[in-house]
Design a protein around this ligand. Structure first.
Ligand SMILES: [Zn+2]
Length: 171
């Protein structure tokens, strides 16, 4: 397992001087530390998680944006149980994103498993550039993803203003 903090620290829920300094200097966030400890705890009983590479965890208003390697995301998406185990560790909703991905991929990950048909830059009134994402299908009250939360997370994590539209408009 690769974590933003030392394995030893994660397994023992404490920070060595070096990691403590990184936290103080802002190279690490408290969410990075907490997520590392949570993953280390799960890894004790789960060999899949023990192979994970956690790049970072960002807390945005009670949401947790967890950046993992591509293979890890694929592993989790194939197992509802694994997803639940991970989600159960966090007090807020988890959002799984691939580490070092571009803005487009990030937005796609936010909506997974719903497909995004297109992502384009548009000019909004007032000369503000926005990124418009078109989501396949139409919005229903059962749509599982809170689009307001997505807008907020994308703004915070990627500094992008996005506008979300559905393929079929409500009428
Ligand atoms: Zn350490």
């Amino acid at each position: 397992m690769k974590l933003p903090i030392c394995d030893f620290d994660a397994k023992n829920s404490l920070l060595c001087m070096q990691c403590e300094n990184k936290l103080q200097e802002g190279q690490l966030s408290q969410a990075d530390v907490d997520a590392s400890i949570k993953l280390a705890k799960l890894a004790k009983e789960n060999s899949d998680i023990d192979k994970f590479t956690l790049h970072s965890c960002k807390e945005i208003d009670g949401n947790y944006v967890i950046a993992l390697s591509k293979e890890d995301i694929m592993t989790i998406r194939q197992s509802r149980t694994l997803y639940r185990q991970l989600q159960d560790q966090f007090t807020g909703k988890i959002w799984l994103v691939e580490a070092e991905e571009n803005d487009k991929k990030f937005i796609e990950d936010m909506f997974f498993p719903t497909k995004i048909l297109s992502i384009n830059s548009v000019w909004a009134p007032g000369g503000i550039q926005k990124t418009k994402a078109i989501v396949s299908g139409k919005w229903t009250p059962r749509f599982p993803i809170n689009t307001e939360t997505v807008i907020q997370i994308v703004k915070n994590a990627r500094n992008l203003d996005i506008e979300i539209e559905f393929e079929h408009k409500k009428r």
